[in-house]
Design a protein around this ligand. Sequence first.
Ligand SMILES: Cc1ncc(COP(=O)(O)O)c(C=O)c1O
Length: 391
Amino acid sequence: MNASPPVSATPPPPDGDALAPVYAQYPFEVDRAEGVWLIGPHGERVLDLYGGHAVAALGYGHPGWTEALAAQARTCQFQTNALPMSVRTRAAQRLLAFSQLDFASVFLVNSGAEANENALRLALRMTGRPHVAAVEGAFHGRTAAASAVTWGSQSWYGFPRTPFDVSFLPRGDLDAIAAQVTERTAAVIVEPVQGLAGAVDLGAPYLAALRERCDAVGAQLIFDEVQCGFGRVGAPYAAGLYGVMPDMLTTAKALGNGFPVAALLTSARVSATLKIGLLGTTYGGGPMACAALLATIEAIESARLLENVRRVSAYIRRTCLTGPVSAMQGEGFLLGLRTRRPAKQVQAELLRRGILAGTASDPDVVRLLPPFILQEAQVDLLRQALTDIGA
Ligand SMILES: Cc1ncc(COP(=O)(O)O)c(C=O)c1O
């Protein structure tokens, strides 16, 4: 009998920890987290004003959310969308009710990019047209269609061509809307408050102008509320805040408070074009995702967290125009602090003082995306740190 070959020692990863080297790493390791605090391996505490890219809406260790996930895991952790489950129906119904918008159906998926990919696909299919307009500064995700409408994606796009013609509308330019959104246009996709661009609020008049032009030429209006939606602007969605109703709306990030869940909400007209087999996903709409969504809405509503977002956001605006901060932009808990020196420097100084904030594609904007439970006393720590950093 041949002896089995000797087991060779696992070769060391080529460079460090075996993770693909695609993310720059902050100099702080998270061991655990509670409330709005991240805690390092030696007990060091960092105030989290970034929420894991706008995801941790309830902060960390929320008892209701944690128990809902544990209970769903005990009950049934997964089943296909082809088998009816009441948790899935309840999640869709509750999301529609939470939105306070007149959508007819919900398609549950896993990520913001996947929701956008499906929205664009529906618009192109419905209209049979070859062109999509997006807005300069936009970020819509990393998949083929979503990144085709992402501003500046050429440097990492990778595909030989985009799946449709794309043009970018300069922000605020109403003439450009008339010139670029035409009978060739299947859809306009827009973040009502742009996230990665630095919390750039496009405002009601601009969004209304997009709505009007889409109606005039028969194009679909898609609101990407992946970052700004689900309460972050202090209202359920920016569409409601600005009184402009899109044909489709995509939502993700805060939706599951960290459990991957995203959704595409469609108007009655768009929903009428849906049929069996047109859209699909394995994990989207899984019972754990649905339980996470239900528990997140329950927590937001029962603790009136959107009121908290509005009140504490106003407090940040009133008190944090200090040190390197020269102006503020954005809405609710999607705020951009315009800095007098490079935002990356200010971000590093904040982290040295125990506060995690984000940056943006605008090099002079520090971005805040805190959990909805943030309190004034914690904002005071930010104000003090900014004052200490100085102009
Ligand atoms: C506005 C917006 N749309 C889409 C996406 C993509 O979402 P995901 O990373 O879940 O695919 C993001 C992610 O940052 C985003 O901010």
